[in-house]
Ligand binder design. Structure first.
Ligand code: NDP
Length: 505
């Protein structure tokens, strides 16, 4: 019996365990507008489903156009005449530091709510609050950069220009469901430090966890109207993107929706940051230490049950070590426990939604139909008890994958990795770059100079050597179909600034 199967046998009473959890929000009908929870003007509700059991455990208001108007008006007024944009960056940073403390104090409820919304194991979500707090603290540390005076002489001696970094205005922030807390926070924290005001829309499957962050913002003293949250469908997101009183849009999600948003913002000449899909490669060099690769493999190639934009789901192995790489990847993934995401030992949870579950299973079928060989997984996972109704796909490794196969080209967003073969470094690099995307990537290799040279040849926004992690201080963004613009770092802050040059004699 594999470790996975042994783990799966001990999952009794999952539904009862969930009902007993003390969570601040389950069934709610309010939006956060102008500093308070305000009842929705409509009666429609959207269910919140636990992907581990398929059970509905909450619901939120399906926001109306009127709700959105109120939220945008509150943000507009707070920007045009409220205190926030008029505080100094250091004063705003002091509030951001208090927000970080408030988030950390809510760590357990954030983790459990997130896990129940999207099935991310608690081994993943227990770090969400600390990570969100650390993002707020990082952007708070950039206040001196905003405060430093930037005076530039005219090259022809005519005088000098004072370059001001003004907040860009009212921002519409739209997040996806895979990391519902942090993918909103990486937009919110720089926007707030810059002096912007915001209206946020979380994804429909994950509308509850960010409410806890809103309580943290209020407790930290973020003034009314500065940060507003409305729940609702993609239709509401579209209305937010196009709203005439919005000055900037930031979005993380799928490439097709990103294209629509880019088109709308193009028409409106509205600045936009888009963090979209990926199909990144892990390039294994012939001298790679496979033991060390095994230690980081799941985090780098299948993090969050494969629902992470930057993970390297295409593993490129040199011909001479192909079988060794297939054995390592197969045994590492087969040994990682899949089960109830509330169990701290669980590594692989369910897919986040029923539709994502179906999509992943269709990709597995397409892999088989195109001739790839599943060395582990390759089907639904049968977990027993209440989890039988959950959206579990057995973590799957495909060997003998060819570059043209759909599983090699398209973002699956599930627990599926493909292993391709290459001959010689030039073919390896060419394979890594043979994609429409360009978000993440890894090079595994013992000779760090050769690994760095290979990393430099990869056409991607971020690449790690022998591991992958995003660094709050370094720009993160995609090339090609993976997006436009950057988040994190001073570059991520610049996305919320509008520059003004004041020329003087
Ligand atoms: P979407 O791109 O549809 O959703 C992301 C966010 O955009 C959600 O808040 C969604 O709201 C909102 N939205 C949907 N339509 C519009 C619109 N026209 N205008 C403005 N906002 C809109 O992602 P899906 O949930 O459909 O996931 C599909 C695929 O996207 C995944 O399989 C994966 O490949 C990719 N993806 C990539 C992510 C990444 O991190 N880069 C994250 C999530 C998904 P609502 O939820 O209410 O529809």
């Amino acid at each position: 019996m594999s470790t996975q199967q042994q783990h799966l046998q001990h999952q009794p009473g999952a539904a009862a365990a969930r009902a007993a959890l003390a969570l601040p929000y389950r069934y709610v009908d309010t939006h956060f507008i102008d500093g308070q929870w305000v009842a929705s003007t409509g009666s429609a509700r959207n269910d919140v489903t636990d992907p581990a059991t398929g059970l509905v455990w909450g619901s939120v208001a399906d926001g109306t156009t009127e709700d959105l108007e109120k939220a945008v008006d509150a943000a507009r007024t707070a920007f045009d005449s409220g205190p926030w944009p008029r505080l100094s960056p250091s004063q705003r940073a002091a509030v951001l530091l208090r927000v970080a403390d408030q988030i950390e104090a809510r760590s357990t409820e954030l983790s459990l709510t997130n896990t129940l919304e999207n099935g991310s194991p608690v081994s993943e979500t227990k770090g969400a609050a600390a990570n969100a707090a650390s993002i707020f603290r990082y952007f708070a540390s950039l206040a001196p950069l905003l405060e430093s005076e930037d005076v530039r002489p005219f090259p022809n001696g005519l005088g000098e220009s004072l370059v001001r970094r003004d907040p860009v205005g009212v921002c519409g922030l739209i997040a996806p469901w895979n990391f519902p807390i942090n993918l909103m926070v990486i937009k919110l924290a720089p926007a707030l430090l810059a002096g912007c005001t915001v209206v946020m829309k979380p994804a429909s499957p994950t509308p509850l966890s960010f409410r806890i962050i809103m309580d943290g913002l209020a407790a930290a003293g973020v003034p009314a109207g500065v940060a507003n949250l409305v729940t609702g469908s993609g239709r509401l997101g579209d209305a937010l993107v196009r709203h005439p009183k919005i000055n900037k849009v930031a979005f993380t999600g799928s490439t097709p929706v990103g294209r629509k948003i880019a088109a709308a913002c193009g028409e409106l000449l509205r600045p936009v940051t888009l963090e979209l899909g990926g199909k990144s490669s892990a390039l294994v060099l012939p001298d790679a230490d496979l033991g060390a690769m095994g230690d980081t493999l799941i985090r780098s190639c299948m993090r969050n049950t494969g629902q992470t934009c930057y993970i390297s789901t295409r593993i490129l192995a040199p011909s001479q070590r192909y079988d060794e790489v297939v054995d390592l990847v197969t045994s590492t993934i087969a040994a990682a426990p899949q089960g109830d995401p509330l169990d701290p030992a669980t590594v692989f949870g369910p897919s986040a939604t029923a539709s994502q579950y179906r999509t992943v299973l269709e990709y597995i079928e397409s892999g088989r139909a195109e001739g790839a060989r599943a060395t582990t997984g390759g089907s639904k996972a049968r977990l027993g008890g209440d989890l039988d109704a959950g959206y579990f796909v057995a973590p799957t490794v495909f060997a003998d994958v060819l570059p043209g196969m759909r599983i090699s080209r398209e973002e699956i967003f599930g627990p599926v990795v493909s292993i391709l073969r290459y001959n010689g470094i030039d073919e390896g690099i060419a394979l890594a770059n043979n994609t429409e995307f360009g978000l993440g990537g890894i090079v595994f290799g013992a000779d760090t100079v050769a690994a760095q040279t290979a990393a430099e040849r990869m056409d991607t926004g971020s690449v790690g050597i022998n591991f992958f992690a995003s660094n709050h201080a370094a720009p993160f963004g995609g090339r090609n179909d993976s997006g436009l613009g950057t988040e994190y770092g001073p570059e991520g802050l610049a996305a919320y600034l509008s520059y003004k040059s004041i020329h003087r004699r």
